[in-house]
Write a protein that binds this ligand. Structure first.
Ligand code: PEP
Length: 253
């Protein structure tokens, strides 16, 4: 059985004080959701604070991005080894904001995935279509292209014990959520595509949904057979909302 994972993507939000308060709230409630694995991905600069404040708690932490390079003259970049230095377990790769605002194409995302895996981090690979692509009826083509880029670089085995987040771009931060049926359809497509190359890997793959997930819509989404948790943006900044989503994941298994 796949243990659900709920990961918070804090994006570029927070301060020392708000991070302290948010982490305290999450720590206070996490014991109530033991069947859900819980993780937070703060901005880089708050990762040392998260590592200090979460040490000894069941909450994992990670980053929102990493460099493809190991070290050297790459101003402003952060290497996988640095994330490991501060106890990161997870790293998000290929978020749609990185793809659209910072020009990360499928090859860059696949390279980041490979670097993270090689370092021993657990990459959370984000895939998803834009509204225009959905309206053109090419959702599956887009997802297949994003997924295949990673599998082509290293083979499907690289997804063993992996995490993929299906995040329809039109649902991120917009208040519009994919219906449970729409999400399940794409999640099943993702699992099927991985299964065509590596059935055992596909069976263990956790596929998270992301896109305006809230405590109110989480139970129905989590009840879908191929939805194994959530990647949460806005709602991850409020402890009670984030924990409400974790609760739905906890109750889904
Ligand atoms: C995200 O950016 O990963 C996300 C899912 O955001 P939101 O929950 O705010 O839609």
């Amino acid at each position: 059985m796949r243990q659900p994972l709920v990961a918070g993507n804090w994006k570029m939000n927070g301060s020392v004080a708000s991070v302290r308060e948010l982490l305290a709230g999450i720590k206070a409630g996490v014991a109530g959701v033991p069947r859900c694995e819980v993780a937070v991905c703060p901005p880089f600069i708050y990762i040392p604070q998260a590592s200090a404040e979460l040490a000894g708690s069941p909450v994992f932490w990670g980053a929102q991005n990493l460099s493809t390079e190991a070290a050297g003259a790459f101003t402003g970049e952060i290497a996988a080894s640095m994330l490991l230095d501060f106890g990161c377990t997870y790293v998000i790769v290929g978020h749609s904001e990185r793809r659209t605002l910072y020009g990360e194409d499928d090859d860059v995302v696949a390279a980041k995935f490979a670097v993270a895996r090689a370092a021993g981090l657990k990459p959370i690979l984000c895939v998803g279509e834009t509204l225009g692509e959905r309206e053109q009826g090419i959702t599956e083509q887009v997802i297949a292209r994003q997924l295949d880029a990673v599998m082509a670089m290293q083979g499907a085995a690289v997804l063993a014990d992996g995490v993929i987040a299906y995040e329809p771009v039109w649902a991120i931060g917009t208040g519009k959520t994919a219906t449970p049926a729409q999400a399940q359809e794409v999640h099943a497509f993702i699992r099927g595509r991985v299964a065509s190359q590596a059935p055992e890997v596909a069976a263990g793959l956790r596929i998270l949904y992301g896109g305006s997930m809230k405590p109110g819509n989480a139970p129905e989404l989590m009840a879908q057979p191929d939805i194994d948790g959530g990647l949460i943006g806005g709602a991850s900044l409020v402890a009670s909302e984030f924990l409400g989503i974790c609760q739905a994941a906890h109750e889904s298994v």
